[in-house]
Design a protein around this ligand. Sequence first.
Ligand code: LER
Ligand code: MN
Length: 275
Amino acid sequence: MAKIKYAYNTLVYAGEEIEQGIERLARFGYDGVEFVGEPDKMDAGRIRESLGRHQISASSICAIYTPDRDLVSSRPEIRQNAVRYLKSCVDFAKTLGAQGISVTPTANMKIHAEADAATEWKWAVESLREAGSYAGEHGIRLAVEAWNRYENYLINRLEQSLALVTDVGLPNVGCMGDTYHMNIEETDMAQAFRSVGDKLFYVHFADSNRAAPGRGHIDFRPIAQALTDIGYEGYISMELLPPFADPFGGVRMEEFYDRYSQESIEYLRKLFQSI
Ligand code: LER
Ligand code: MN
């Protein structure tokens, strides 16, 4: 049985002190905590101390790509700003002891290209190579996450993530799948995970409606089987978000705190034990 580790993206724990989220995840038996990538707004030293106290690790940094942090902007200063931002996330990850950072070339919710496909691809490769080299020097991995077509136009499926990762050509730059997006974009989610193989660095789990696994209509069994078969030993991080058009608006919904945190890990432990 593959040694899967479980994490939870604290992005959804809006409106509470980060220590509360760390304590909750440790209490429910999670291995890791995923942190929002806003290093300037967070006290890394305090978080590190809290992680130590609760004996839980930092799994990854969920980088936030605003329009001025766009790795494939047509404006070189914006691409540079995005690389600078990623480097600051590398420093943040290192302080917390996190292994990696999620990456999406293009800003969140950007659905139109600014140049022809070949030019944008070149910008993506260049930006990722620069950020990836810096990350590599610090022992941090970058995971290129595919997002659905309504949130992003460049990388929608794992095969595109793998193509970009191959062109970047750095050992610490790999792929990342999120079952919410994959349910929209992939023909066969389990097969998509298999085809990435050992280049799979990180995984987000959510059901079809972005609620806790088991509360929508995704069949997680073939996915768990695929992850087991490819020997995936990284984190599965729950990234659960409210059922709104703007899920990142910070709306507080009670079930996403204790209830979904507990339910998700119980559901997945039972599933992986049965594989
Ligand atoms: C965006 O939809 C996503 O899946 C996240 O991992 C980043 O916030
Ligand atoms: Mn995700």
